[in-house]
Design a protein around this ligand. Structure first.
Ligand code: PAZ
Length: 312
């Protein structure tokens, strides 16, 4: 009998841009594998759960993709090549610093009319220059690949494809699964084609559990990779137990637990052997340090130790 995840792929079509993304992923992984680089797959942002095939309405979640976008920048600083697999229109590395009005406020319009020029305000140059410099280095050296998903089904297709391309990297592949992926969905064959009508009264919507992809990911798709998953809870009393259950079940390397309200200040690293908090001090917060800087530094050490353990 087919497992839950196999049944999912057999009954859900890939997204329309799937082949293009598959080729991009393959080229990126092959190139960096040849150069001996480490590659991290960062997943980021939330997934939608459509209620209709011609989607007018969908179930969504809170994630803006801050964790993933910030972490991608720190991984690049540590020399990793980055596959940034993110929800379309969620935050992206580098541009996240200038979201919306912030960017407009950095610019100045000089004159109006045929000789108009635009300049960066002098006090914004110090902010913009280092970020722009890092962005250019990543782009010019082909160190980052952006691929997008929207629905939970798109995410599933893209994740498996990324894993297939990462598999040849063995221990040099790192998976950093920070996306907030829905636990529930409406299977394709149970979804109405057209917009749900209100005339028939309030609909009863029945969601089903999505397959747990960590199981095939760890045991079949990238068995040698260093896999890190995230666990978000709102009740602190169950966080570590849930993280440990996940590690015991899927046998990956690390679960990073976080609580919705405090996720920007502290997280807990849960390994099969131990658990410890990683948090920003008051001074670090005052200096605008980001928790992702600490998270990524810690993971890079763990990944290096892991790679080293295979050398003898
Ligand atoms: O995207 P964001 O920065 O607002 O939030 C990050 C996060 C809470 C989605 C991430 O840290 C996380 O916990 N992801 C996994 C969520 C889960 O499936 O439990």
């Amino acid at each position: 009998m087919a497992s839950h995840w196999e049944e999912f792929y057999a009954t859900h079509l890939p997204p329309s841009d799937f082949e293009d993304n598959r080729m991009l992923l393959k080229e990126f992984c092959d190139r960096h594998n040849k150069s001996g680089d480490r590659i991290v797959l960062v997943t980021s942002g939330g997934t939608t759960v459509p209620l209709e095939h011609n989607t007018v309405r969908f179930v969504d979640n809170f994630s803006a993709g801050t964790r993933g976008a910030a972490s991608a920048e720190y991984f690049l600083e540590h020399g990793y090549a980055v596959i940034f697999m993110h929800r379309l229109k969620s935050l992206e590395p580098y541009t996240r610093h200038f979201n919306g009005q912030k960017f407009m406020d950095m610019l100045e319009l000089n004159d109006r009319g045929p000789n108009t020029t635009i300049t960066v305000k002098p006090d914004s140059v110090d902010v913009l220059a280092p970020i722009l410099a890092n962005y250019k280095v990543a782009q010019d050296n082909g160190k980052i690949l952006y691929v997008t998903f929207t629905t939970v089904s798109d995410y599933f297709w893209l994740l498996r494809s990324a894993c297939e391309c990462l598999q040849p990297l063995g221990t040099k592949a790192l998976l950093y699964l920070a996306a907030a992926v829905s636990d529930f969905y409406i299977p394709s064959n149970q979804m109405p084609t057209h917009k749900i009508q209100s005339g028939a009264g309030a609909p009863t919507i029945s969601l089903q559990l999505v397959p747990k992809l960590l199981a095939p990911l760890v045991s079949l798709w990238v068995p040698q990779a260093y896999v890190v998953s995230f666990k978000l809870e709102t009740d602190e009393s169950i966080l570590i137990t849930k993280a440990r259950d996940s590690l015991n079940k899927y046998k990956h390397k690390l679960v990073i637990g976080n609580i919705l309200q405090t996720r920007r200040q502290k997280v807990v690293f849960v390994t099969p052997e131990s658990s410890y908090e990683v948090s920003l001090t008051r001074d670090q917060m005052m200096n605008a340090m980001e928790i992702e800087d600490l998270i990524v530094s810690n993971i890079v050490i763990g990944h290096s130790d892991y790679i080293g353990s295979f050398k003898y």
